[in-house]
Design a protein around this ligand. Structure first.
Ligand code: SAM
Length: 271
């Protein structure tokens, strides 16, 4: 099954859409679930002074900017992304924040433009669900990290979403439609462990962030509105079912009875 989607190569969407997607990434990064996951990714990576680290699929550079101060003036962070527009945006942000040890390059995660053993560590967050060949990306990340270096992989798994709703059958249809037809490989999170093993990483540590949304502030809640929209537009549910599903959830938010959760899977392994 192909999981290609707009995030697999944002440059294909044209400059206007790419600019809109870049703004979306920056805005989303401020939401509480994303702040929690980003903090967990960086804590697992534990960047240290003097290290040279790589993010593959770095987007607008949100995680690179968090990691950059940790490597100090002696170290360096390289962010690589397939999108020219995101890379240009990330470069500007890094310059405007005075992050001189942060570099952004355009490239494909499946064919990294670096010699073997060039980095002390590398990570990929929210990338593998969109990559055309996720196993090739993980294999190439392992190639460019030195022996003894570490790799961190993180993805949400939309197949783990739980929502409290009065209509169970409709809820299953909305979530399954979103999971199977929209936004890449929504089972990517559960595949990270086997990808890490297959790429030859050792001493693999599994961890997860379970985010529980109780209001509209999270990216997860926004993704539910989108799930209903894409299920309706794709013929998975009717327009009436769309409205009924959303109305129940909005009422729950107003009445403080709302519950939705998702699991982010994180894997760390050593080369
Ligand atoms: C959802 S965004 C995540 C960006 C960033 N890691 C973050 O968490 O904010 C996915 C990114 O992966 C990039 N991407 C998708 N497929 C790629 C590939 N094969 N190689 C490199 N980058 C890729 C997209 O351009 C996009 O910037």
């Amino acid at each position: 099954m192909s999981h290609a989607n707009a995030w697999s190569d944002p440059s294909m969407a044209g400059p206007e859409d790419a600019a809109r997607m870049a703004a979306f990434l920056e805005e989303r990064a401020q939401r509480p679930d994303q702040l929690q996951v980003n903090q967990a990714v960086i804590a697992l990576l534990s960047p240290a002074a003097g290290e040279r680290l790589l993010e593959v699929g770095s987007g607008t550079g949100v995680l690179c900017r968090i990691a950059a101060p940790c490597v100090s003036i002696e170290g360096a962070i390289v962010g690589l992304d397939v999108s020219r527009e995101f890379t240009a945006f990330a470069r500007e942000r890094a310059i405007s924040q005075g992050l001189t040890r942060l570099r952004h390059l355009v490239g494909q995660g499946e064919r990294l433009p670096f010699p073997a053993r060039s980095f002390d560590g590398a990570w990929a967050a929210r990338l593998l669900l969109h990559a055309s060949n996720p196993q090739a990306v993980v294999n190439d990340i392992v190639r460019v990290v030195r022996p003894g270096g570490r790799v961190v992989l993180a993805d949400w798994d939309f197949g783990t979403v739980a929502v409290d709703h009065q209509d169970r059958e409709l809820t299953r249809r909305v979530l399954q439609w979103r999971s199977d037809h929209h936004g890449g490989d929504n089972w990517s999170g559960r595949k990270l462990l086997r990808r890490a093993r297959q790429a030859g990483l050792t001493r693999i540590e599994n961890s997860s962030v379970v985010y529980i949304a109780q209001d509209e502030s999270s990216a997860l809640t926004l993704s539910l509105w989108r799930a209903a929209e894409v299920a309706r537009d794709g013929g998975g549910i009717t327009a009436q079912e769309h409205d009924a599903w959303i109305t129940d959830l909005k009422q729950r938010i107003e009445q403080r009875r709302f519950f939705a959760s998702i699991v982010y899977f994180l894997v760390k392994g050593w080369v």
